[in-house]
Design a protein around this ligand. Sequence first.
Ligand code: ATP
Length: 310
Amino acid sequence: MNSIILKGRAKINLTLDVVGKRENGYHDLEMIMQTVNLYDTIYIRKTKVSGIRLKANYSWLPTNEKNIAYRAAQLFFEEAGIDGGIAIEITKRIPVAAGLAGGSTDAAATLIGLNRLYETNYSREKLMEMGLKLGADVPFCIARGTMLAEGIGEELTPLTPMPHTHVVLVKPPISVSTAVVYKNLDLNCIKKHPETKTVIEALEEGNVQKIADHMSNVLEEVTIAMHPEIEKLKQDFMKQGAMGAMMSGSGSTVFGLFNTREAASRAAKYFKMHHNIREVYVTTTYSPILKNREDKRQRRGLRRRGAKRC
Ligand code: ATP
């Protein structure tokens, strides 16, 4: 195999709680993360000359060590002891610095892609271990699906997959620094901690409305104090018929959950027209488990209809 193409999917938070702060400044988190179908494309090709070359569809995105996908490739070659030569092309669709783990997912896809391209057969756990050296969200982006993330985000427990749900993502033209949000968070002043257990229960029941009713993110208070328009977006999501709406990660993306594709598309149109926001996306939740089941069902259907296996 000489080249590979991968999807690096974004995530949203269904809950985000900060439960402590370590001496080294890292925060202890408890959050429910959910993969969505909005993705960057990562194309990796082996080259004759050794070294890493990277390009992206945005000229302002770093193409050197400052790009987390570049660092992922460096780390992979170091670990594997390979003097590799590759060209990486990233087509970004996930908004940048938006609370959607856009960079982390590109790093995750790069590790998965290189593992296949160089047939190193690293286990998923090994790749997640490597990913953690690059960022706390990278292990989740390798695992994907619906997970409870604890520690700094790296202790992952798989949860019952969220039922297929329509999601609208709205990224207002505001840049939010994750570091500044955490710096401004006073642990003693958190008014309301998320009911994480209730959301886990709702997932087990497959009750999307209950999930939507109990979604909560302690970072909203900090980010909304800096950018009140985020609260307005949340309110407008509800007026547009969302089952629930919340800010993802440290922001600035706000997402809404919808019953139907039509309702999601209508809301997306509203945000584009009335808020004049360019970065609006209609997507769905993604689960590797549900996808596998769906793929199996389709294959069985094809076989029954007498299709050839290839
Ligand atoms: P998280 O939810 O994990 O905090 P985020 O969505 O807030 O992630 P990113 O999109 O990962 O943030 O971008 C954060 C910073 O990382 C940006 O300033 C960007 O320049 C830099 N960066 C480095 N590599 C990438 C990449 N491949 N894609 C996006 N941003 C990258």
